[in-house]
Design a protein around this ligand. Structure first.
Ligand code: PLP
Length: 360
């Protein structure tokens, strides 16, 4: 089977380095918020080209705490992308705020022209969480224009697009180190990035029970700290590999784009600097049949995502599910081909052959 992600190959490559990092933490006798987290935060901030990175427990908390640091809470409205991991919408709901979904563009990312229309009609929307989906960075110039014209506070969801130009338009950027991510840990992890000293301090406070100094809790915060173990693995082992992994993802995407010729499979447009977290395609005809065909041929295809966020039951029975028709249709057709840095050239060719032989 050609897997969507192959962690055993990753371990074969990086396992010895991971064990060395784990040993270092064990020998240090310090497991929470110590020098590994501080070292990783410094390295990540430098990698991203921003002054502050704050390690947190996961990407969901990174979005939620970023919004909260900006003052978002009950009664607020938050514009966001219609297609994403549920965490994007969940972070908004958990704060007692209401997500407002713009529709998607032809490539599944949020349509920034639709965002403009919504923001111009609904002045009560003060927050915006755009998602840089699939490894594709949204149009930065358009994002900046929305920020400046409407004064909307932006938290960029960069969980899928580390290494692109994302994360510099918003007041804050959130990312995830969930194992499948381009920079994934050996478990959960996340980070918040920002320019502002004040916002970074707020997120640091929120992640650690809301304490401003030991045993002084000014706000009711979270327990959302990145572990020393995960930070050490990311710092010593995976962050140094990220540039090479990204290059490999880009080479695989280029091979797919050159090799796929099945008229029943559309490859949506992608920006040139995509880091290809996923390789989405749109299939004509019943998707269940396409998924079954690929899987029977040994290809680990997946869906990102089977439903638009607006269709999720957790939004509540009374949530208005009208609109986002393009996103709903996109999700009905979307399928992801395997794209991880440990795929061999032969496997990439096999995926192309299977895709081109599918008749629907
Ligand atoms: C776009 C997006 N946002 C947020 C998240 C949430 O990250 P986590 O799983 O670390 O909570 C993910 C990953 O699952 C994601 O893909």
């Amino acid at each position: 089977m050609i897997l969507a992600n192959d962690f055993q190959r990753q371990w074969a490559d990086a396992g010895a380095d991971v064990l060395a990092a784990v040993t270092e933490v064990g020998e240090s006798g310090w497991y929470v918020l110590g020098k590994q987290v501080a070292g990783f935060e410094a390295a990540l901030a430098q990698y991203w080209g921003l002054p502050h990175a704050v390690g947190v427990a996961n990407g969901l908390d990174a979005i939620e705490m970023s919004l909260r640091a900006l003052g978002c809470g009950p009664g607020d409205f938050v514009l966001t992308s219609p297609i994403s991991a549920f965490a994007t919408a969940l972070a908004i709901i958990k704060l007692g705020a209401t997500p407002v979904f713009a529709d998607c563009a032809a490539n599944g990312l949020v349509d920034l022209d639709d965002c403009r229309e919504i923001l111009s009609k609904r002045p009560e929307i003060h927050y915006f969480v755009p998602v840089h989906l699939y490894g594709h960075c949204l149009d930065i110039t358009k994002l900046e224009a929305l920020r400046d014209e409407f004064g909307v506070q932006i938290v960029e969801d960069c969980a899928q697009s580390i290494g692109t130009a994302c994360g510099r338009v918003g007041q804050l950027a959130a990312t995830s180190f969930y194992p499948t991510k381009n920079l994934g840990a050996l478990g959960d992890g996340g980070a918040v990035l920002c320019r502002s000293d004040e916002l970074a301090a707020k997120v640091r406070q929120l992640r650690d029970y809301g304490q401003s100094r030991k045993y002084v809790h000014d706000v009711a915060g979270y327990n959302s700290r990145l572990d020393e173990l995960q930070a050490a693995v990311l710092l010593k082992t995976f962050l140094p590999r990220l540039a090479g992994w990204t290059k490999r993802r880009q080479a695989i995407a280029a091979a797919y784009r050159a090799g796929l010729s099945n008229p029943r499979i559309t490859v949506p447009e992608a920006p040139a600097d995509s880091v290809w977290h996923l390789f989405p395609v749109l299939v004509e005809g019943p998707k269940t049949e396409a998924l079954a065909y690929f899987r029977a041929a040994g290809i680990g295809v997946a869906e990102h995502y089977p439903q638009a966020l607006i269709e999720q039951p957790a939004l509540g029975a009374t949530f208005d599910r009208k609109g986002c028709e393009r996103a709903k249709q996109f999700c009905r057709q979307q399928m992801s081909l395997p794209i991880h840095p440990y795929l061999t050239d032969e496997e990439v060719q096999k995926v192309i052959e299977v895709a081109n032989s599918w008749r629907g």
